[in-house]
Design a protein around this ligand. Structure first.
Ligand code: PLP
Length: 396
């Protein structure tokens, strides 16, 4: 059968491709250290797993409302109040199969063919793919390492046109680890206040993995309250990637539109995982803080190690669990066998010669960099940094 043309709009994420390649090499006996993956290496805290076991024992094994069970939507509202000082009602929340589905719902509900969507780069790969699927037109706004990969109000102002429908960003950011401060968000919010036709998707999935300040949401500015869509979920902060619980908080009409879509695609997400998510949200943030502390130690080590490698430039990531070094100084260099032409060559060179799996920056909209995940053990990171330093040193 002929496949639908729609498929041409979507590519396999580079992150998944690199993980696959790494697995293949490992199966052939290579000792690959995988720094390509975007998931905590911790297992889900015990009390959350316990809540899932209890949910099964109590028979919570049936279909749930499409938007999620009322107790979970309430727990999300309590969390938004407790952690972010934001007032939402359960009717303004929809629970989905991961934050990824929340994003897909929102983008497919809002974007018509030709609508313009602004995305600062580097950005998380899925944003662009989903906008393409909705036949929207993406306008990327490149942000350089010199501004910690952050967008300035001036650049935002200059990019907005009458066709701009949406702005999508993440803070803390995957892949750069950059975190917008309250002041920086206020600067952007003032621009949005002058352009009431632009909606904002604020992806806050790395909220708790923040090494500096308390998390700040752009939804805190009252003038934007009716056009900010917060996307968040359990995957990163609670080490619950496999449970597939994400959510969206936003205006009621958008939640209702998402409900319509989700009702046809997947219905309510997993009933047991929803019960576990309540335990996670209500159970306090102690396990989350411990994990963040471990990420902080790894971050400090990785940033310091990369900083010492000649030819590598690095920003100072304040959140998430990624480093996004600029490695463009190696372009044109060779170890005598392989010549590095671009970011993809460098990522492949590291995979085959250092047995370290990374992701090339072009996959995130910046071909001068590579992404390194430090969501793995210190032991792995120490070995990986050593191998990378040696591999870089061989390039002349
Ligand atoms: N948003 C960002 C920035 C991410 O990095 C990820 C996962 O890698 C997601 C959303 C999706 O998270 P979930 O596992 O909840 O679908």
């Amino acid at each position: 059968m002929e496949l639908a043309h729609r498929l041409d709009r979507v590519q396999e994420p580079q992150t998944i491709k690199m993980a696959k390649l790494g697995r293949e090499l490992r199966a052939q006996g290579a000792n690959i250290i995988d720094l390509s993956l975007g998931e905590p290496d911790f297992i889900t805290p015990e009390h959350i797993c316990q809540a899932a076991t209890e949910a099964m024992a109590k028979g919570y094994t049936k279909y749930t409302p499409v938007v999620g069970i009322p107790e979970l939507r309430e727990a999300i509202c309590e969390k938004l109040k407790r952690d972010n000082g934001l007032d939402y009602t359960p009717e303004e929340i929809i629970v989905s199969t991961g934050a990824k589905q929340s994003l897909a719902n929102a983008i497919l509900c809002l974007i018509n063919p030709g609508d313009e969507v602004l995305i600062p780069t580097p950005f998380w790969v899925t944003y662009g793919a989903l906008v393409s699927l909705a036949e929207g037109s993406v306008k990327y706004l490149p942000c350089s390492i010199d501004t910690d990969f952050k967008l300035t109000p001036e650049r935002l102002e200059a990019a907005i046109t009458p066709q701009t429908k949406l702005f999508i960003f993440s803070s803390p950011c995957n892949p750069t680890g950059s975190v917008y401060t309250r002041e920086e968000l206020k600067g952007l919010a003032e621009v949005f206040a002058r352009h009431p036709h632009v909606g904002i998707i604020s992806d806050e999935i790395y909220e708790y993995i923040n090494y500096q300040d308390n998390h700040q949401s752009i939804a805190q500015f009252p003038e934007l309250r009716d056009r900010v869509i917060i996307v968040n979920g359990m995957s990163k902060g609670f080490a619950m990637t496999g449970w597939r619980i994400g959510y969206l908080a936003g205006p009621r009409y958008i939640v209702q539109a998402c409900e319509k879509f989700q009702g046809q695609f997947t219905s309510g997400t997993n009933s047991i995982a929803q019960r576990a998510a309540i335990a996670a949200l209500k159970g306090g943030l102690e396990p989350t803080r411990k994990m963040t502390e471990a990420f902080r130690k790894r971050r400090d080590f990785v940033i310091e190690s990369l900083g010492r490698m000649p030819g590598v430039r690095i920003n100072d990531p304040k959140g998430a669990f990624y480093a996004f070094p600029d490695i463009s100084s190696f372009f044109g260099k060779s170890d005598g066998t392989t010549t590095i032409r671009n970011d993809e060559d460098l990522s492949m060179y590291l995979l085959h010669n250092a047995h370290v799996s990374t992701v090339n920056g072009a996959a995130f909209g910046n071909d001068q960099c590579i992404r390194i995940s430090f969501a793995t053990s210190m032991e792995n990171l120490e070995a990986a940094m050593q191998r990378m330093a040696e591999a870089f040193a061989r390039l002349a």
